[in-house]
Design a protein around this ligand. Sequence first.
Ligand code: SAM
Length: 291
Amino acid sequence: MIDEACTAILARCARAEISPEIAAMELLIATRSLAESIAAARARDALGAQIHAVIRLLDDHAADAATLTALLDGDLHAPPRDASIGERVALCKHLFDEAVTRSEEASVALYSLGDPVILEAATREIVAQLDRFGVLDPGRAALDLGCGIGRMEVALAPRLRVIEGVDVSPRMIAAARRRCAGIPNARLSISSGLDLADFADESFGLVLAVDSFPYLVQAGEALARAHFREAARVLDRGGDLVILSYSYGRGAAEESAEVRAFADASDLAVVIDGEAPFTLWNARAFVLKKV
Ligand SMILES: C[S@@+](CC[C@H](N)C(=O)[O-])C[C@H]1O[C@@H](n2cnc3c(N)ncnc32)[C@H](O)[C@@H]1O
């Protein structure tokens, strides 16, 4: 089973469908072991340069292996089937509180392998795509839903009037406050995780969710749907909701159908429907405009 999974991951990487960073992360998830991940990649060494890059990445980050597998073990703590949305959000808050104390970089993007240089490169790609989508404007206020350690605040504050980062995890917000110290137009606060009740109607030109929607979706359809409604409420007319990564493990068609259904019910028009614009990260992007 594990061997088949590794073969499939490395074949996708060899065809350049996923980056070496994503392949390294997926191998670690499949094997839960750095040594086994390296062995799996070495066994397919003949597949070429992309696989050499995976081996190099895993070798170079061997010192972080224990941290990365501890983060993966944290992910195993699934809520009981009958858990309420509040209980699911509380578990998520706890897991991210724990994760960020182990590695700030890996806690927000496991494929960074805990490496600030890889995370920085991934952040630059995100900013480049936001530019291409035309959603950055020095007159705009932005809300960053599930802001984590504040990397998008640091990157985007110079491009926006103000950026408000909210996160359910107090320790994420503590890390974000440290990283954003001295950036006057970056504001940070702890949220309930249930809604955007702290913010007034029509108070933002952009709502951004970078890899936070998968946790809303995991907590239940009702929470994801509520956040579409809430995003539409706090957006100005003509404002944009940008979702980078909607779910973990769902296919493109299923994601697209759900995003369209929630958008239709919230006066949001889908402008970009699940394209995969990144080379480093394998997320699909959705851009929705408030009509
Ligand atoms: C994978 S991290 C991404 C962080 C950040 N957006 C980034 O890309 O660097 C997901 C973040 O979403 C936050 N999160 C999860 N569920 C949330 C909720 N219901 N409300 C607000 N934040 C949430 C987590 O605490 C975590 O910081």
